[in-house]
Design a protein around this ligand. Structure first.
Ligand code: NAD
Length: 442
């Protein structure tokens, strides 16, 4: 099969590389010349574990190429995937479909032969039909089908998720398009990974429903965590006890600083808007959005309490700025709420992150960047555990405590045990939904 992939971001690049590893000929297109230049040099523009090796292997094999030219990419292609961004539209919470529709028009202008136009971007229900209209209007003679193929990969584990998915969802209208999609995903089908074929609308809805459900699960346990703090319960034990129930499951049940990232915030907002537009308010999703904002505010309060009521004049070490470990992605990361609040309150912030410095320097300009946790902790009044990178899980706490001006920890990912932190010489410790100790912990 020959595949064109529009967009070489977190989804497009991983999908393109993995499809080429399936044995297909893949041409990845982006309009960002810097990205395409990097890719031509063999550099991966994002941080995703394992992607560099897999990409190099398939480039070497001659199955994977990169271009700025869409016409070149779709010449002779069986399918073209749209994997461009669908950020929140400024002002109203809708998914911004500008990039998707621009890609659709470009495909219409350049395609010559039968092609399946596949939307991989997360898009509101009805978008694939809109794409069909846009293409048919721009090029009435073109023989084509549309397909919806939402992506469920997680950044940081994207290759594993793409190669061994829980399921692949394919929304189609014709047997011909279903056949092309089946050929593309044949390697997964042969290994018995479930492939669900649906209508266009259901495929689009599955993606939003899944993301809103996961955001709800995280937010539910964050709300329970707040109640645990007031009642003396330990949310880690509560999560464990709940998660052992097979009907609930233990994943996405870890209390923390509120969900962030490139998908949950924008997808919950978009689903809420889709509900409003269809006069079926998404009350649960709307509450999730509100509660998540409260959770983020509560984290700021926690750190302020630990500082003795004011950030003014304090030095605060922040460990982790990316929205989760194993990515350099900072879109809607909790750090983007917390750090400006600390700086706005008069604190000096020292931060460290294994992959986030490059993005972080642009997004958090007032921060002093440190090489590691120990440098960040030196002379700090409070240390905040914000992203659960592995290298922050087993710190030498005694050394950290000895380096700090006053040893206080806000563990917003519940990475440590209060007893270990106390034994290391910390004077105060706060976690999320679990008992802490020392001044500012109650
Ligand atoms: P991204 O912003 O990282 O990448 C989008 C890329 O598309 C950019 O490189 C941009 O330059 C390029 N682009 C935009 N318009 C173009 C055009 N007309 N021609 C060529 N290139 C164009 O976005 P992402 O994180 O990869 O997300 C893409 C979609 O996948 C979104 O809808 C997102 O919701 C969805 N999704 C993302 C994830 C994730 O973890 N990031 C997971 C599942 C689904």
């Amino acid at each position: 099969m020959k595949i064109a992939m529009i967009g070489t971001g977190y989804v497009g690049l991983v999908s393109g590389v993995c499809f080429s590893d399936f044995g297909h000929d893949v041409v990845c297109v982006d309009k960002d010349a810097t990205k395409i230049d990097k890719l031509h040099r063999g550099e991966v523009p994002i941080y995703e574990p394992g992607l560099d090796t897999l990409m190099a292997r398939n480039v070497e094999a001659g199955r994977l190429t990169f271009t700025l030219d869409l016409a070149e990419a779709i010449d002779g292609a069986d399918a073209v995937f749209i994997a461009v961004g669908t950020p929140t539209r400024r002002g109203d919470g809708h998914a911004d479909l500008r990039f998707v529709m621009a890609a659709a028009e470009e495909i219409a202008r350049t395609a010559k032969d039968y092609i399946v136009i596949v939307t991989k971007s997360t898009v509101p229900v009805g978008t694939n039909r809109q794409v069909k209209e846009v293409v048919a209007k721009a090029n009435p003679d073109l023989d084509f089908d549309v397909a919806s193929n939402p992506e469920f990969l997680r950044e940081g584990a994207a290759i594993e998720d793409f190669m061994k998915p829980d399921r692949v969802v394919v929304g189609v209208e014709t047997d011909r398009a279903a056949g092309v999609m089946a050929d593309i995903y044949r390697p997964l089908y042969l290994r018995e990974f479930p492939i669900i074929t649906t209508d266009l609308e259901s495929a689009e809805m599955i993606k939003y429903a899944a993301n809103a459900f996961l955001a709800t699960k995280i937010t539910f346990i964050n709300e329970i965590a707040a109640l645990c703090e007031r009642t003396g319960a330990d949310v880690k034990q509560v999560s464990k006890g709940m998660g052992m129930d097979n009907r609930i499951g233990n994943r996405f049940l870890h209390a923390g600083p509120g969900y962030g990232g490139s998908c949950f915030p924008k997808d919950t907002k978009a689903l809420a808007r889709i509900g409003q537009d269809n006069a079926v308010p998404m009350h649960i999703t709307e509450s999730v959005i509100t509660v998540n904002e409260e959770v983020k505010r509560r984290m700021i309060d926690k750190v302020r309490d630990l500082c003795g009521g004011s950030f003014n004049g304090k030095t605060i070490a922040v460990l982790g700025v990316t929205f989760k470990p194993n990515t350099d992605d900072m879109r809607d990361a909790p750090s983007l709420t917390l750090v400006p609040a600390l700086v706005g309150g008069g604190a000096s912030v020292k931060a460290t992150d294994p992959q986030g410095k490059h993005e972080g320097e642009a997004l958090l300009p007032s921060v002093t960047w440190c090489a590691d946790a120990y440098e960040a902790a030196t002379d700090a009044d409070v240390i905040v555990m914000l992203t659960e990178w592995n290298e922050f899980r087993a710190l030498n706490l005694k050394r950290i405590a000895s380096l700090m001006a006053s040893a206080r920890m806000a563990d917003l990912r519940n990475m440590y045990e209060a007893s270990d932190v106390g034994d290391a010489g910390f004077q105060s410790y706060v976690a999320v939904g679990r008992p802490g100790f020392g001044p500012g912990s109650h």
